[in-house]
Design a protein around this ligand. Structure first.
Ligand code: ZN
Ligand code: MN
Length: 139
């Protein structure tokens, strides 16, 4: 039993390390594919469960990327994202967060404001270069 618990917390630790080591804002299955090499008995369900535990512990955040799969981010600082409308890539935006918006939102709503998020949409570098090429059969 102790062994089981150890294995479980070890998997969660590695999951967080993996998420912290990437700028990809990966999906659960991206994380699962990589962890599976280390833990062959791992299931996708366990990855989802561990992601939920880490979220509840405030160690990661979930980015709902429109209609595509959830993306996960272990960078808990307030920062903005650029999302590609074509391939779903999520990139950090090098833009200073506007913390004044929280103050103004608190003032105009009379509510306690705990944070805000900004998502900018468009085409990533790879998709933008495809976009400028004429659509046709690829050679
Ligand atoms: Zn793209
Ligand atoms: Mn991010």
């Amino acid at each position: 039993m102790a062994e089981q618990n150890y294995k479980r917390s070890r998997q969660r630790e590695r999951l967080l390390e993996l998420l912290r080591s990437t700028k990809e804002h990966p999906t659960a299955s991206w994380l699962y594919d990589r962890l599976k090499i280390e833990f062959p008995a791992l299931s996708l369900g366990t990855v989802y469960r561990n992601l939920g535990v880490l979220r509840d512990q405030g160690l990661l955040r979930v980015l709902a990327a429109g209609s595509t799969f959830d993306r996960f981010d272990a960078d808990m600082r307030t920062h903005y994202h650029f999302m590609c409308e074509r391939c779903g890539a999520v990139e950090d935006l090098a833009l200073d967060p506007d913390l004044g918006i929280e103050q103004r939102a608190a003032q105009c709503s009379g509510r306690i404001v705990t944070g805000h998020r900004v998502e900018v949409f468009g085409f990533c570098e790879a998709c933008a270069s495809k976009e400028s090429r004429p659509i046709g059969p690829s050679q």
